[in-house]
Design a protein around this ligand. Structure first.
Ligand SMILES: [Zn+2]
Length: 71
């Protein structure tokens, strides 16, 4: 197998701390404990949004179109 090192998704910086992404919920700097959120609370808020359908992905039913009742 390839014995290469794992690619680092984050760019290498020379001693400069990589700024944490802001919490998508409130915009505060994310913490390691609750990334990518600033706190477990915001994580729950995000989860709740998912559950309530705020982030609902539009369902496109294009494949499996067996109903072609058109002559
Ligand atoms: Zn937050």
């Amino acid at each position: 197998m390839a014995s290469r090192t794992r690619p680092d998704p984050r760019p290498k910086t020379d001693g400069t701390p990589i700024p944490a992404k802001p919490c998508p919920i409130c915009g505060k700097p994310a913490t390691a404990a609750a990334r990518p959120f600033c706190s477990p609370r915001c994580r729950e808020v995000d989860l709740h949004r998912w559950l309530t359908g705020a982030y609902a992905v539009p369902v496109v039913e294009e494949d499996g179109g067996e109903e072609s009742g058109e002559a």
